[in-house]
Design a protein around this ligand. Structure first.
Ligand SMILES: CC(C)(COP(=O)(O)OP(=O)(O)OC[C@H]1O[C@@H](n2cnc3c(N)ncnc32)[C@H](O)[C@@H]1OP(=O)(O)O)[C@@H](O)C(=O)NCCC(=O)NCCS
Length: 240
């Protein structure tokens, strides 16, 4: 983690690159590199990985599309988290930060050690008004929460070994960690999944989350479950 002082009142913390190591599973999470384009295209070209995605994802992703997507993801991840001077709590307020930080799930075991076997991290991070829940245009103008949406996708050959649950846990631990310790300092983490996606529902249930049902929107819509956890709820859970 590189640190630079943006002004005497603010601190700025970079997230590119980030690596999150697991102490329990042979995986790590890290920010995507341009060289991940082949694995990225393969992951998103596998219909077993995209069957629960909205719309009709193409069954083949061109390498150039993967290269462009990774470049955009790296651009987003390159935005530092900027924090105001520490308040009474010891933490400053996040004034701005990345709009998403996508992470590669890397397998560390066996012959395939070092392979990217899935994707995780935060596909979107938003500043939402505490009053309306809508994105705020000006963070100085009204109280807001910084909310990250966590997700996971694991290649079929590597499923059922707890990798998705560990990838979500690592991302959440990092997402809630203070910016001064390299984290994203989020106030809340959400997740959304199709109600029919039994493996993902099972993964999210492991965090004590109970999904709130959101009925299908429109004729093509599918029932979804949304999950939401505040930083203090996560901390209380981690202390147990
Ligand atoms: C959802 C997904 C990430 C889970 O990956 P994984 O590495 O297999 O997850 P884990 O091993 O951590 O846990 C999976 C759990 O689901 C359970 N499970 C698997 N198939 C199931 C099914 N058909 N019905 C119910 N539970 C199921 C497993 O038994 C396991 O629970 P357990 O540990 O209590 O036994 C993976 O299936 C995937 O990539 N799916 C496609 C992408 C996707 O839909 N992502 C979610 C988008 S919101």
């Amino acid at each position: 983690m590189a640190t630079s002082t943006a002004s005497p009142q603010t601190q700025s913390y970079n997230h590119l690159p980030t690596t999150l190591a697991s102490s329990t599973h042979p995986i790590l999470l890290r920010t995507l590199e341009p060289e991940d384009n082949v694995a990225f295209a393969a992951i998103l070209s596998d219909p077993r990985n995209t069957e629960h995605e909205a719309g009709s994802p193409p069954d083949h992703m061109e390498l150039s599309v993967a290269t462009g997507a990774i470049a955009r993801m790296r651009d987003s991840a390159a935005a530092p988290t900027v924090v105001s001077a520490p308040e009474e709590s010891g933490l400053g307020k996040v004034l701005s930060g990345p709009g998403r930080v996508n992470l590669a799930i890397v397998y560390l075991g066996g012959d395939a050690a070092g392979s990217v076997i899935g994707l995780g991290g935060f596909g979107s991070i938003k500043d939402l008004s505490r009053a309306t829940g809508e994105p705020v245009a000006d963070v100085a103008a009204e109280p807001f929460e910084r909310v990250g949406d966590v997700g996971a996708m694991v290649n079929a050959e590597y499923r059922g070994r707890g990798f998705a649950a560990e990838a979500v846990r690592l991302a959440m631990e990092w997402g809630f960690a203070p910016a001064g310790r390299g984290g994203l300092q989020l106030d809340r983490i959400t997740a959304t999944t199709r109600a029919a996606n039994a493996p993902m529902v099972r993964v999210l249930a492991k965090f004590g989350w109970e999904g709130r049902a959101v009925p299908a929107q429109g004729p093509e819509g599918k029932d979804e479950l949304t999950y939401s956890m505040r930083a203090d709820e996560w901390e209380a859970r981690s202390r147990k």
